[in-house]
Every structure is written in C-alpha cells, then in structure tokens.
Design a binder for this molecule. Structure first.
Ligand code: 3NM
Ligand code: MG
Length: 524
C-alpha cells in the first residue's frame, strides 16, 4: 500500500461545525481543498453512532482515495477496514493494538514529552502526533502547550528513525509558517505534516481553509529545501546585499515598531530616523493587531520589562508573524532574573524571531550555557569558541543570531560572519546595544520588502540570506559610524559622542561600509 501523505491531516469534530453545516459536506469540501489524511474523532458518540459516521466517512474518503484513521476505537477501525488507528497515551497499548489489527494497519500515538516519543519509537508506532503546540479550545489539555521550541526537541528525538511526525494543537493558517520554520531547519527529522481541527472544521469555507494551510505547508517545504542546499555566501555577496539594504531603507523608509526600554527609547527612535526608517514606539496590547498592519518589522527589547509589557510583546509578535514580517529580539539583561528568563522563553515559544541579538552574558543565559555570566545588563567574560556558540544558537532557535562584543559574530546557522569594527566609546555610552537592535530591525524591514514578492517567503524564513546581510549591515553601519564620529571635531567623550554618532549614521554611505569593513566569513 502507498505510504500515507501526512501533509494536511484533518481531525474531525462534529461539535465545531458552524450552524447549518453537516459533517459529510464539510469533510468532502476539506478533501477538495487538499486534506491528505482524515481521522474520525468522536468523543461523545455511542458505538452505533460512531460506527455509522465512520462508515459514511470511509465511503467518502474511498471515493477520493484519502486514507481514513479512527481515533481510539480498535473495534470500529476493524469494522470499517480503516487504514489506521490513532491512540492516546491512556488508550490501548501499541503492542496489543498491533496484534488485534490486520497487518499493515497504521498506528499513531499522541505524544506530549520526549519520553513519550522515545516510548512510541520503542513500541513501533508508525507516526506520532506531537502537541499540543499551542493552546486550543478544541480539546481540554492535561499538560501545558509545548510551543515551537518544545516541538523541535521532540522532533530531534525522532532522528534516525522512520516514524512520521505531525504537529497538533492550535495550528491555523496564521501561525503555520512560524510552526514550520521552527521545525524544518537543522534537525534530520522534519514534520511530515500538520493536524488541524478547528481551522478547517469550524470554518464557513472548509475548502478554502484547507487550501490555505496546504499551500503554506508546501511553499515552506520548498523554502526549507533551498535553505538546506544553500551554499555559503562570499564576503562580497554579503557586503553587496548589506549595501542594497542600506539604500532600500533610505528609499522606502520602512515603519519599524519598537517595544523597547525607557532608558533608550529616544535615542533608538533617533537612530532609526538617521537610517532613513520611521520609528513607532507603541506598547499597548490592545493596539497590536492594528499596528501590525502598518509596520514592516518589530523590535522587542526587554530592558525595562514589566508584566503588562510582556502581554503586548506576545500579542505584537503573534500579529507580526502572521503578517510574515521580521521580528528582532533583544533579550537585554536576561540573565539577571528568572522573570526575564521565563518571559523570553514564553516569547520564543509563542512566536518566531527573525534575529536574536545580545552580548555574551545575555546569549549564554538564553542558551542555558554557564560559560559566561552577566552583571546587570553588562556581560562579563566571553566564550571560548564564539563562532561555534553563535552558529549553534542560530540552529537551535532557527534564526539569525548576533553576538555582540569587541568582536561581533553573526550567524544564520550555516556561516558565521566575524566583524571587528567599532570605537571603544560605543561601549561606554548607554544603549548602544539597544540602538543596534533598532538598526537590525530597520534593515530587516527593508530586506523583507526587497524579497516580499512571494507571499510566503517573508517573515522568519531567510530565503535569500537577506536577514543575515541585514544584521551584518546594521552592525557595520553603527560601528563604522562610531569610528568616524570620534574623529569629528568637538567630540570629547560620552556626551558629545552620541549626537555625533547619530549624525554619522545619517551621513554614512555604502562606499564607507565597503571601504572600512573589517569582516571575515567562516564556513561551517
Ligand atoms: N489532540 P485545533 S490537541 C485532538 O495535544 C487534539 O494531542 C491534541 O484542535 C493533542 O486544531 C487537539 O482546533 C485539538 O486546535 C486540536
Ligand atoms: Mg484517545
């Protein structure tokens, strides 16, 4: 028998049908929209009713040659000759089900932890349902959502096995690109598909809902393939792109939404203007949906985080991911408190960052490494092997990582760019790191506008390496401008340096970047 195509796995739930819609009609429309496998899930029906629904659904699926899986009930699966069964952790054990079912029957199991995945592997499951990724109204969850990062860890547990994996729980067309990006890059084992209930079943147009989900899945798979085969760009390639991005920022003046700290808000807004972009410094959770329609990128800086601002950041990121615009995360002082650590964890679990930027202490805390510590927001010490650290963190978080310090390291998970520009005064003023965050976000906005001709290529999927170039360009712009600023007449120290820096950023030309960049690219 053909292997099952898990790309778009519809799990039914008749209680979610909109008024006037019937189960079989919705099922047929969903199949026409591109559902590749169907699970009949009946939590309240008695046996006779379940059997009838299963028989009718099976006849329909057969007509379209779509495999049908029965939730939980081995007897119903046997009675209708289903292609498979789906078991929960407290249902019939896999080895017993295997004995009862005809040879070749597909057995899947829901897993919520790495241990459950390892046990499913041991027991010979054909596929696993990993979740719940996000919270959902459809099923009462017995443990907290695993988030995209949790999903990545569970997928890694499947490396070197041939078990298929689908994700489930709260998956919608608005967050699917984020989900797939978080689980397609570096591990051997990718998601084979996504399982969805409400986004299709509760939709007034299940055919279109299924089409939307399927096309996002397919295009993301293409992008992931491109990323895998991407060759290391040369120093000149990256510099050329960075200069194009610099020009584009001035030409298109992207609107950069910045949720930053109270210490640096003013200078961050001014450096953004100096780059040719426009700052928008809003924080209220209530307006994030509206603002995401206007902005071209989001900067999230946790420098003076309070509980209220965290809600705004969660919301903002959700909408910005959905709009496929870039997000830059600056986890300022994350090592200083559990509140910051937990908050960043929550942010990275609910949305996909495009770039994460921090000093050694901050990125060590974010990565859970004890190699270097921080004092307040300042970093003490550095990594023994910053190149490997930066590359690995980029792989783990599936985004571009910028490690700042006397030398800056930037990686997309493949190559690492090493930069050695910058005047020491940059480290003496407050908020130079935060200004860098604004520069990265502005250039990411421009980079995204450059490549947004494909509906699904934007956001966190660094298709052409443009976000890497944007981050490199941002570091070079700020550090080279700092070198030129200290040469200006009248610049004597911290106080006179800041305005000179802002002026020099505004005056900087692409030629300056090409001429002064102290830059090297190393391959993985
Ligand atoms: N199982 P929706 S979450 C049926 O975590 C089911 O195992 C889950 O529904 C699990 O797509 C879930 O509407 C419901 O969020 C998913
Ligand atoms: Mg069950």
């Amino acid at each position: 028998m053909d292997p099952i195509d898990f790309t778009l796995y519809l799990v039914t739930d008749r209680s979610l049908l909109p008024a006037g819609k019937d189960h079989l009609e919705t099922l047929e429309q969903a199949i026409k929209g591109g559902v590749t496998v169907v699970q009949i899930r009946e939590k309240n029906a008695d046996t006779a009713e379940f059997l009838q629904i299963a028989q009718q659904s099976k006849a329909l699926c057969d007509r379209y040659k779509i495999p049908l899986i029965v939730n939980d009930r081995i007897d119903i699966a046997l009675a209708i000759g289903a292609r498979g069964v789906h078991l929960g952790q407290t249902d019939m054990p896999i080895n017993v089900a295997r004995k009862l079912l005809p040879e070749g029957t597909i057995i899947g199991i829901s897993c919520n932890t790495v241990e459950e995945v390892l046990r499913a592997k041991e027991a010979g499951a054909d596929y696993v349902g990993l979740g719940a990724v996000w919270s959902t109204q459809t099923k009462k969850l017995t443990s907290p959502p695993i988030g995209v990062r949790g999903l990545g860890v569970m997928l890694e547990a499947l490396d070197s096995s041939n078990i298929s994996a689908v994700a489930i729980g709260g998956i919608k067309s608005s967050n699917l690109a984020h989900l797939l990006h978080g689980s397609t890059s570096q591990t051997e084992h990718r998601l084979d598909g996504v399982a969805v209930v409400s986004d299709i079943v509760a939709s007034p147009n299940p055919e279109e809902a299924a089409q939307r989900l399927r096309s996002i899945f397919i295009s993301s798979r293409l992008v992931a393939g491109e990323l895998q085969s991407k060759s290391t760009p040369s120093r000149d390639d990256i510099l050329m792109k960075a200069c194009t991005i610099m020009d584009t920022t001035r030409k298109l003046s992207p609107l950069v939404h910045q949720m930053t700290n109270v210490v640096v808000a003013n200078q961050s807004a001014n450096i953004t203007l100096a780059l040719g972009a426009s700052p928008m410094m809003a924080t209220a959770p209530e307006e994030m949906g509206d603002l995401s329609k206007l902005s071209h990128a989001l900067l999230v800086n946790i420098g003076t985080l309070v509980s209220g601002s965290l809600q705004g950041m969660l919301k903002a990121g959700y909408f910005v991911n959905a709009a496929r615009n870039p997000i830059v995360l600056d986890p300022v002082g994350i090592g200083a408190s559990d509140f910051r650590k937990n908050s960043v964890s929550e942010l990275l679990n609910s949305w996909q960052a495009t770039v994460i930027k921090g000093n050694a202490g901050e990125l060590a805390a974010l990565a859970g490494s004890s190699e270097t510590v921080s004092k307040g927001v300042d970093s003490l010490g550095s990594f023994k092997d910053p190149v490997t650290f930066t590359r690995q963190l980029a792989r783990k978080e599936r985004c571009v990582v910028v490690l700042t310090g006397e030398t800056d390291y930037i990686s997309d998970g493949k190559c690492v760019v090493i930069l050695k520009n910058g005047d020491p005064l940059l480290g003496k003023i407050t908020g130079s790191g935060c200004m860098l965050g604004s520069c990265i976000a502005s250039y990411c906005a421009a980079a995204n506008l450059l490549e947004s001709n494909d509906e699904y290529s934007g956001g966190s999927l660094d298709r052409g390496g443009n976000f890497l170039a944007a981050a490199v360009g941002a570091v070079l712009t700020l550090t080279i401008a700092s070198e030129l600023a200290t040469k200006r007449e009248g610049v004597r120290g911290i106080g006179s340096f800041l305005p000179a820096l802002i002026d020099n950023v505004a005056a900087l030309q692409p030629e300056d970047i090409r001429r002064f960049a102290k830059m090297k690219v190393v391959d993985s």
